[in-house]
Design a binder for this molecule. Structure first.
Ligand SMILES: Cc1ncc(COP(=O)(O)O)c(C=O)c1O
Length: 400
C-alpha cells in the first residue's frame, strides 16, 4: 500500500506555480525569458499598510490571536461588506484566514461529504477542483464557451444541478479569463438557484476591486437577498491591496458555517499571522485611493495586450471586464508547425513551444479546464508586456 494518502493521488500540483517556477529556472540559467504566468500584482504593498505592520510588531502584537481573526479586523470586514456590497454581517458571521485559498479550503473541508457535488464553471481558477477533491467531494465542471465570453448560462447551471449538489462556486471577475458578470447576468443565475434551495453559493470575490471601464461589480447575496442564508461571500486583500505574501483572506456567511470553518482552522493552522491581520485592518480602513491609480494602469495594460494579441491571425482575444488576465483562443493555430518543427496540437504544445522557441511563459488553457486557450497575466511593466506580445506575434507569424 502506498505511504501517501489515496486522496492526494487524485490531486495535481498547481500548474500556474509550475509555469512560474519553470520560467524562473530558465531565467536563472541565463535565458531571456519573460514570465506572464504569475497571478499577482507587480505593485508593492502600499506604504500605509506596511507602516501598520511595523507598528504592530513594535507594539508587541506578535502573539496568538483568536482563531479566526482579531475583533477589530472582523468589524472592519463587516464595515467593508456594508460599504461596498450593501450586505449586513455581524462579527460572528466573519472568518479571517491565511489567504483567500485557505478560506475556500476551510469551507470545503467543513462541509463536503463523499458524493457531494460542487459545480465549477470552466475556465476556473486552478485550485477549485483540486480543493474539492482534497475535501472528499466531486467537482462537476461545466464549460462556458468563448461565444458567451466565458460566462456560464442559466441553462447550463440548471442542467448541472442534481440532488447531490452542495455548492456552486462563482468567481467574477474571473481568474483566468477576467470575465465579469453584470448584475443582469448574475441575476439570471441566482434565479436558477432560487429554484434549488439545497444548493449553496461560494462566491469568490477576490477581484472585486479590479473592475474596468463601466463594469459594475456585483455579488450573489446582494443581487438576490434571499440567497443570503446560503451564501458564503469570500474575499481577501491579496490582489486589490498587492498583499499576496501577507496571506490574509476572509469570508462572511451564516454563523453555523463560520463556526464549522473555525473548527477546521483551530485544528490546522490556528490564527492567521497576527502582524498580517493588523496590516489587513489598515488596508480595509485606510486610504483607498491607490485602487483607482492601480486600475488606470491595469486598463492601459489590458488594452495594450488585447490589441497586440488581436492583430495575430489565428488568435481571438475578448476584452475582459476585470482582474489582470486575458484568455485568448488559439483555435486558428491548431495544426500549424513552428520553425523548429513542433506541431501545435493543443494549447499545451503551444505554450511549451512559445517558451522554448520565443522565451515567453504563459499558462496553457487545459490547466483551467477550457481549451484551446492560454492565460496571459498582464500584471507586469508596459515595456515588458510590449516585448512579450511582440515575441508572441513573431512566433505566430512564423508558424506554417
Ligand atoms: C480567483 C482566486 N481566488 C482566490 C485566490 C487566492 O488568493 P490568496 O493568495 O489570498 O490565497 C486567487 C489567487 O490567485 C484567485 O485568483
Amino acid at each position: 500500500m502506498s505511504f501517501l494518502s489515496a486522496t492526494l493521488s487524485r490531486v495535481k500540483p498547481s500548474p500556474t506555480m509550475a509555469v512560474t517556477q519553470k520560467a524562473s529556472e530558465l531565467k536563472a540559467a541565463g535565458r531571456d525569458v519573460i514570465g506572464l504566468g504569475a497571478g499577482e500584482p507587480d505593485f508593492d504593498t502600499p506604504q500605509s499598510i506596511k507602516d501598520a505592520a511595523v507598528r504592530a510588531i513594535a507594539e508587541g502584537k506578535t502573539k496568538y490571536t483568536t482563531v479566526d481573526g482579531i475583533p477589530e479586523l472582523k468589524q472592519a470586514i463587516c464595515d467593508k461588506f456594508k460599504r461596498d456590497n450593501g450586505l449586513d454581517y455581524t462579527p460572528a458571521q466573519v472568518t479571517v484566514n491565511s489567504g483567500g485559498k485557505h478560506t475556500l479550503y476551510n469551507a470545503l473541508m467543513a462541509t463536503l461529504n463523499p458524493g457531494d457535488e460542487v459545480i465549477i464553471p470552466a475556465p476556473y481558477w486552478v485550485s477549485y477542483p483540486d480543493m474539492v477533491l482534497l475535501a472528499g467531494g466531486t467537482p462537476i465542471v461545466v464549460e462556458a464557451s468563448l461565444e458567451t465570453r466565458f460566462k456560464l448560462t442559466p441553462e447550463q447551471l440548471e442542467a448541472a444541478i442534481t440532488e447531490k449538489t452542495k455548492w456552486f462556486i462563482f468567481n467574477s471577475p474571473s481568474n483566468p479569463t477576467g470575465a465579469g458578470y453584470s448584475h443582469a447576468e448574475l441575476k439570471a443565475l441566482t434565479e436558477v438557484l432560487m429554484r434549488h434551495p439545497h444548493v449553496w453559493v461560494m462566491t469568490d470575490d477576490m477581484y472585486e476591486h479590479l473592475a474596468y471601464d463601466d463594469f459594475k461589480f456585483a455579488t450573489p447575496a446582494e443581487v438576490e437577498p434571499q440567497l443570503y442564508e446560503r451564501t458564503l461571500t469570500c474575499n481577501g486583500v491579496s490582489k486589490a491591496y498587492a498583499m499576496t505574501g501577507w496571506r490574509i483572506g476572509y469570508a462572511a456567511g451564516p454563523a453555523p458555517l463560520i463556526a464549522a470553518m473555525r473548527k477546521v482552522q483551530s485544528q490546522s493552522t490556528s490564527n492567521p499571522c497576527s502582524i498580517s491581520q493588523y496590516a489587513a485592518l489598515a488596508a480595509l480602513t485606510g486610504p483607498q485611493d491607490f485602487l483607482a491609480t492601480h486600475n488606470e494602469i491595469f486598463v492601459r495594460r489590458r488594452n495594450l495586450v488585447v490589441s497586440m494579441l488581436s492583430e495575430i491571425d489565428g488568435i481571438t482575444c475578448p476584452v475582459p471586464e476585470g482582474a489582470f488576465y486575458v484568455y485568448p483562443s488559439i483555435a486558428g493555430l491548431i495544426g500549424k508547425t513552428t520553425p523548429a518543427g513542433t506541431r501545435i496540437t493543443d494549447d499545451e504544445t503551444f505554450a511549451t513551444a512559445l517558451l522554448e522557441e520565443a522565451n515567453v511563459a504563459v499558462v496553457f488553457g487545459a490547466a483551467f479546464g477550457l481549451s484551446p486557450n492560454f492565460r496571459v497575466s498582464y500584471a507586469t511593466a508596459d515595456e515588458t508586456l510590449k516585448e512579450a506580445c511582440s515575441r508572441i506575434q513573431h512566433f505566430c507569424a512564423a508558424l506554417r
